[in-house]
Write a protein that binds this ligand. Sequence first.
Ligand SMILES: [Zn+2]
Length: 559
Amino acid sequence: MAKQKQQSLRIIPLGGLGEVGRNMTLFEWKEKILIVDMGLRMPEENMPGIDYIIPNINYLRGREKDILGILFTHGHYDHIGAVPYLIEKLGNPEIFASPLTRGIILKRQDDFPNQPRLEINEVKDGSKIRLGPFRIEFFKINHNIPDNLGLFIETPIGNILHTSDFKFDPAPVNDLPTNFQKLRRLAKGKILLLMSDSTGAEEDGHSLSEKDILKNLEEIFREAGGRIIAATFASLINRIQQIITLSEKFGRKVILEGYSMKTNVEIARILGYLKIKKGTLINSKEIENYPDSRITILGTGAQGEGSAVLMRIANKEHPFIRLRKGDSVILSSSVIPGNERTVQVLKDEILRQGAMVFHYQMMDIHAGGHAQKEELKEMIKIMRPRFFLPIHGQYSMLVSHANLAQKIGIPEKNIAVAENGQIINLTRQRILIEKTEIPSNYVMVDGLGIGDVGEVVLRDRQMLAKDGMFVIVAVVDRQTGKVRGSPDIISRGFVYLRESKELLKETRRRVIGIIHKTTGSGGAVNWVYVKDEIRNKIGQFLFSRTQRRPMILPVVIEV
Ligand SMILES: [Zn+2]
């Protein structure tokens, strides 16, 4: 690597789908690298068969010895979920995390039996560590999962404050309110750069306190006469606590459904982050021992995820839970962009089966764990940073956050709006984005395969899903270059063959024509070219007749 002329720190956000630095961020000083978080993204609707998107770590290949360690801010999957896929490739560096985050990472690791048991150093509010040129102090900050830690990083050129995901909460669940004194003390150390959560930067006002959310949920519990079926993320420990607390208050037993829900509750309970009375949790077989008004079912699936509990219930694929009139279904999480349509279909299906749906848009029962405009301004005012880098958000959120910062006095030239894979170059005097980028294209996880599904495979899947497949099998005489018999055609998801006799007849005629033209009189034939010609010409022909573009697979058998 080229020596840098000036003493500068490089900050590199990584991850998928525009959520800048949410999944992973690198801090590089003189070739030594500190990593913050290692999470994953859920795929979008147009990525059939893809389970996750993980950060591209090509930049770190061959540089394992330069990695100082990994700091985890909190236990959400978009911050920890890529660990089983990436940690070994990075040479198993040292890891630092709070007790709950550590518990969630370790539990997830158990799902990957080939992975080694990880050593994770526990840190908490006030912990200080030194890693190479960096000194880090962890500080507690509210979010919608307990044990969330912000980072105060002393670097050779100045101090960086990384907020993690955060909100200011005067009344959190199982947690202390925001410690403003502590934040002010950290600010006294002079902040060169503030890196702040932008998720809520387009929302006016102040985020709801967890207490307000509890109040709104309580309304639903008070009104509900039948079963309550609550769906949320397994990692939203606070929401899970609220639903359990309310169930206890209204005399309901709670059934946990879904593997990730059960395991997360178990970890959080053991570590003391979830308070559950004895006898509250019952197993699914006991459900019939209680009237509907005494039952809460808590599961995953508020995003309409195909394999999650709520989807299985709505699709009547769940082994014993069927929706019925009188059920109240709570979708307690905001919809991740890209999932809107799926969630809409899910809501419709639930209503069709006679249950009621409560959604965050109708009542503030999610309202997220992220600071909104007023809190974001407050954070900037407390830290009074010289430079500002909005992180954790789609581009529009970063821009909105940058505008906010400008309005309250940070000069435009001191603000960098970056994208994943870009290199933010910071000195004492300036912040800029370097011209060269590092590889940041998506790495897709498909089952157990990592990165073996590239864009080509994805495009194939999209094509198959949209317009189906069209296989042409032709037997060609090697000597003469002539087609023997009539080519076979197999199609799936394209047209109903029996009703398309004319189309198929014409297609066969054209295939024979193409082969005869391209093979000449046989002998040394370029079969790759023959297949390409079939693919292109038949593709055009089918499109002209049907306005569809099925995937065409020419199979030429030489005899
Ligand atoms: Zn989070």
